[in-house]
Design a protein around this ligand. Structure first.
Ligand SMILES: [Zn+2]
Length: 329
């Protein structure tokens, strides 16, 4: 858990750093070419954006507020998803968490009994960049008995790469992709992710201190970060694909994301989004494309194309994670 948290913070830092560097170069570019740009050159925004909501690190992840259990979190989450007609939502499972998270098996059973789906997120949340393709493939295979046992007749052959890392070399990327394809898997890509897990520890601290003002700030900053990520991702998609593509949002089943889900779904609706299943979204031809390039940092689907084509990232607001980590200390 500690190791994973450290890696997650590092990933958020690296993502932020990459974006900042990109933002600088785009600002420079805009400064030089602003006069030359016309309204006609601005791609039009898709009037009816769609998104599939997905969750990683099932059966349970994140610190719990005092008095709450992972089973409570799972019950709240599925009840909110069902209230919004989001049965069939995919949750990506690490089999090793069933033993290490108190109530893990029950939490997973609640997810499935509510009509949600599960997919493979590797047995141990293995990082591909620091492991061989063979070890990674073994870790995928090790997760299958659990998926078979819990998923039964469901289509669980969807794979979500831990840390969104698909291999630092093109050889490794190709090897794992070939393995996935041979074993009938589709890759569960991600276009929207704002590191939703980063708010959870601060939320637990603020709950313990009963600091309602700080919790209100956390809620606002979470929604602001989500809104900014959506705007940026859509802009990146226009840069990469020449249009906005159906989106896949990555969330985690933490207590804070569970609490925020109604507001987050409300934000998406306000922005015109409607909800589709993962397979509906990925039936868009854009998802048949592949950078076929190694990447140390991995990242979102469109982000990997941004990197492989050396496209400058759109400008970003200052990183909220530093401020969040200091709240209620
Ligand atoms: Zn994960």
């Amino acid at each position: 858990m500690v190791k994973q948290a450290a890696v997650v913070v590092l990933l958020a830092f690296l993502t932020g750093a990459a974006r900042s560097a990109g933002a600088q170069s785009l600002r420079g570019l805009r400064g030089e070419t602003e006069e030359a740009r016309t309204d006609q050159q601005q791609p039009r925004r898709n009037a009816h954006p769609v998104v599939a909501i997905t969750f990683d690190d099932l059966p349970a992840v994140g610190t719990l507020p005092a008095g709450e259990t992972y089973v409570d979190v799972a019950k709240s989450l599925v009840s909110e998803l069902k209230a919004n007609g989001l049965e069939g939502t995919y949750g990506f499972v690490n089999g090793d968490k069933l033993a290490s998270r108190p109530g893990g098996p029950e939490a997973l059973r609640i997810w499935l009994d509510a009509g949600m789906n599960i997919g493979n997120h590797s047995w141990s949340h293995m990082r591909l960049t620091t492991n061989t393709a063979e070890a990674f493939e073994q870790d995928i295979a090790q997760n299958e008995p659990t998926l078979r046992q819990y998923g039964e007749v469901r289509d669980w052959r969807w794979f979500r790469y831990p840390y969104l890392e698909e291999g630092e070399s093109v050889e490794k990327r190709r090897a794992v992709r070939a393995y996935l394809s041979e074993h009938g898997y589709r890759i569960a890509q991600v276009t929207l992710q704002f590191a939703d897990y980063e708010w959870n520890d601060a939320y637990c601290r603020c709950r313990a201190k009963q600091d309602e003002a700080a919790i209100a700030r956390l809620k606002q900053s979470y929604l602001d970060a989500a809104a900014e990520d959506i705007t940026l991702a859509r802009e990146e998609e226009r840069l990469v694909f020449g249009r906005e593509i159906p989106d896949v949002m990555l969330l985690h089943e933490t207590p804070f994301t569970t609490l925020m889900l109604p507001d987050l779904l409300g934000l998406l609706r306000k922005q015109g989004f409607s909800f589709e299943s993962l397979s509906q979204v990925e039936s868009d031809p854009a998802y048949a494309d592949d950078t076929d390039a190694g990447s140390e940092s991995g990242g979102t689907f469109q982000g990997q194309f941004m990197d492989s084509r050396h496209l400058p990232y759109p400008p970003v607001e200052p990183d909220p994670y530093q401020q969040v980590s200091q709240l209620c200390q």
